[in-house]
Design a protein around this ligand. Structure first.
Ligand SMILES: N[C@@H](CCC(=O)N[C@@H](CS)C(=O)NCC(=O)O)C(=O)O
Length: 202
């Protein structure tokens, strides 16, 4: 059995919950309440020295970082389109994992955290970076249905959560037609679960 340390409102955790839902995999969920500082408890730092969620534990192995967890889950599933085996296809996926960890995280996620959760930060700067993320993604999605190749992959799963809640950071999706279509396509995938959905075993 897998255990996911997460929190419902976290888009980084939702990346993992979404892939698990799409793969139809069961898991247990342990809430780490960031509002109470539980990510800084010694017991949690023993799992992830960065003091961040999500963390996945399976068979005594601990994996932290949403991108790393997506790679782990997608590498061992039979549906190879989530993280294809060919070198070039993998590199294409990795490019968008990098965008998820940089422009999306420091732009869209940061603007949301400042607006919604009162985190300290420069809202205008985060929003500018967020618009850069939305433009990059929209341009790529004008070229094809998915971010990396002709099928959904963990590139899409890594970028989708904070795009889907971009308006929390006062960033409108209205100018980005390809992104709107892509969100609808992700939301139509069999097994899709919205951000607040609980795991099957919870
Ligand atoms: N690069 C990390 C970022 C994870 C991250 O920033 N998680 C947030 C929740 S969305 C967190 O745990 N923050 C801890 C804190 O605010 O102290 C990943 O992708 O997993």
């Amino acid at each position: 059995m897998k255990t996911l340390y997460d929190m419902e409102r976290s888009g980084n955790c939702y990346k993992v919950r979404l892939l698990l839902a799409l793969l139809g995999e069961d898991y247990e969920q342990v809430t780490v309440d960031l509002t109470r500082g539980e990510q800084r408890l010694e017991s949690f730092l023993a799992l992830n020295p960065r003091g961040e969620i999500p963390v996945l534990v399976e068979d005594g192995e601990v994996i932290w970082d949403s991108g790393a967890i997506l790679v782990y889950l997608a590498t061992r599933t039979a549906d190879r389109h989530w993280f294809p085996d060919a070198a070039l296809a993998r590199a294409r996926v990795a490019q968008w994992l990098a965008v998820a960890a940089n422009e999306v995280h420091h732009g869209l996620a940061a603007a949301r955290a400042i607006r919604l959760f009162g985190r300290a930060g420069d809202l205008a700067h985060s929003q500018a970076l967020g618009r850069r993320a939305l433009t990059l993604l929209d341009q790529q999605l004008a070229r094809g249905p998915w971010l990396a190749g002709g099928a959904p992959s963990i590139a899409d799963i890594a970028c989708y959560p904070y795009v889907s809640v971009a308006e929390d950071g006062e960033l409108s999706l209205a100018p980005y037609r390809n992104l709107a279509r892509w969100c609808r396509d992700i939301e139509s995938l069999p097994g899709y679960a919205p951000m607040a959905a609980r795991p099957p075993s919870a």
